[in-house]
Design a protein around this ligand. Structure first.
Ligand code: ACO
Length: 462
């Protein structure tokens, strides 16, 4: 779902008198100078504010970290007001036009665009690590026929750590590099195996002759043909979609990767935490909701009524609005440009007409203008996935594949940051204290435990 806003580091330096905050504690009358640097104050500087010697000191309270920077990062810059997204300083529009997903993955992880030689080597390495151990294949076979592909991806990503135990040597550069290569290389293979498992189709092994997105299309859709030939327009559209989803700074899944990784666990386990976070409907699932909404609207004639319902708060305009972007999401603009190319191959998705008209009317409407509600990345991506014949359950998997490069880049940056410590938030305790244990036969029933409806007959649900 919504990602955090970048706070720009303006070069910082030593705080001057004006780079500080004067705070008076009205409980004691004491005043404190709190340093401001990079537009932030340090939460730990408030700990000195106490009412007595044995007081723990003042903490800050920020559930969901809506106004707390959790790290310094040089990977992704977002200006939500202006609708700007840059990776390592390069605007997303330029990357989508001139670059490839694998090149952007290199840029995110290693900090600069690769030379021709570096890129060739990187692509070669990734191409030659796309196979997974046969036991991973058997592992996928063990899932129920209707297992959610994101659940399968979560489990198989975590399982990779058992196949590469040396990855726990997180201080070794060679191991970190191999984990980056393997994760980026194998994620499409794991995703395609999960998809084919749901369909009861044999898994298709990677084809090293194909591009990164071309190989994914082959592993997904190859049937009896000797060699699958991906349509270059679909390869390009997929590559652009993957560039757009590669990183988005400290969002929920990236924070999960950093938080779990801060325990110094291996990167496969940390990235599995990212997959788990993305699985949630508030993060990776909005494009599916857009399709349901477009289905519900049905025809362009019903749009005015639907928008009235949104204004009366009976409906939500899915794919609109963003915690950070208060302008057109730059990713939505690029996706929209590629929709037609995809439909040239797949045939037009009739829902596109509803989406375009809905966008036009919403952007003309005072309610949405006032609230700065614009299309976000999810408004058009679901239409492309549906045109590719992908089931809605797979949409979040299509997000996880490219976000893997962002997760790895952020994980590496965290490992290299001397300020990194194990993530350990504080709490405001709201429970009881110092109660005396009550023997079981003297207890009154104070709470009702919810009872789950489980069947003892269906072994899948027991
Ligand atoms: N439809 C109708 N009204 C909306 C919408 C929407 N999609 N989004 C925001 N609003 C309204 C709110 O009701 C609120 O109105 P009010 O001030 O009159 O009460 C106002 O706009 C501000 O909205 P907030 O809820 O404060 O915005 P917030 O930043 O908390 O929420 C969010 C952002 C969750 C993304 C929201 O816009 C939303 O639910 N959008 C639809 C779901 C969606 O598309 N999610 C995908 C995001 S992109 C991504 O995750 C990759």
């Amino acid at each position: 779902m919504a990602d955090e806003q970048t706070r720009h580091d303006d070069g910082g330096g030593v705080a001057t008198a004006s780079d500080s905050l004067s705070v008076t504690d009205n409980r004691t009358g004491e005043s404190y100078e709190i340093e401001i640097s990079d537009g932030t104050v340090k939460a730990m500087d408030f700990r000195q504010i106490k009412v007595s010697e044995d007081d723990f000191g003042l903490m800050t309270y920020d559930p969901a970290f809506t106004n707390t920077a959790s790290c310094r990062s040089a990977i992704t810059y977002i200006d939500g007001e202006a609708g700007v997204l840059e990776h390592r300083g390069y605007p997303i529009e330029q990357l989508c036009e001139h670059s490839s997903y694998l090149e952007v993955a290199y840029l995110l992880i290693y900090g600069e665009l690769p030379t021709r030689e570096q890129l060739d080597e990187w692509v070669f390495e990734i191409t030659h690590h796309t196979f997974v151990h046969e036991n991973i294949k058997k592992f996928v076979e063990g899932f129920r026929y209707d297992a959610h592909p994101m659940g399968m991806l979560l489990a198989t990503t975590g399982a990779l750590s058992t196949f590469y135990p040396d990855a726990k040597n997180i201080d070794e550069d060679a191991e970190r590099h191999m984990a980056a290569v393997r994760l980026i290389a194998k994620m499409p293979t794991l995703a395609a195996f999960a998809y084919r498992h749901n369909l009861g189709l044999p898994y298709v092994y990677p084809d090293n002759d194909l591009s990164y997105p071309g190989n994914f299309l082959s592993m997904m859709f190859k049937m009896t043909e000797v060699k699958y030939e991906p349509d270059p327009r679909l390869e390009k559209a997929l590559d652009v979609l993957w560039i757009l989803h590669a990183d988005h700074e400290q969002n929920c899944s990236t924070s999960a990767v950093r938080s779990v990784g801060s325990s110094q666990v291996d990167p496969y386990s940390a990235v599995a935490a990212g997959v788990a976070a993305l699985y949630g409907p508030l993060h990776g699932g909005a494009n599916e909701a857009v399709l349901r909404m477009l289905d519900q609207i049905g025809t362009t004639e019903n749009i005015p009524d639907f928008l009235e319902g949104v204004k009366k708060r009976e409906e939500k305009l899915m794919g609109f609005g963003h915690r950070v972007y208060k302008n057109y999401d730059p990713r939505a603009r690029v996706i929209k440009e590629h929709v037609d190319a995809v439909f040239e191959v797949t045939g037009r998705n009739p829902k596109l007409d509803i989406a375009v008209e809905l966008e036009k009317r919403a952007l003309d409407d005072e309610f949405f203008v006032e609230r700065k509600l614009y299309p976000n990345v999810d408004f058009y991506s679901g239409l492309i996935y549906e045109a590719l014949n992908l089931p809605p359950d797979l949409f979040t998997v299509m997000f996880a594949i490219p976000r893997t490069s962002g997760w790895i880049a952020q994980w590496r940056e965290m490992q290299e940051d001397p300020e990194t410590k194990i993530a350990r938030p504080r709490q405001i305790y709201t429970g009881g204290r110092e109660k005396d244990y009550v023997p079981i036969d003297q207890r009154e029933k104070l709470t009702d435990k919810p009872s789950a409806e489980t069947s003892l007959i269906d072994p899948g649900k027991g």
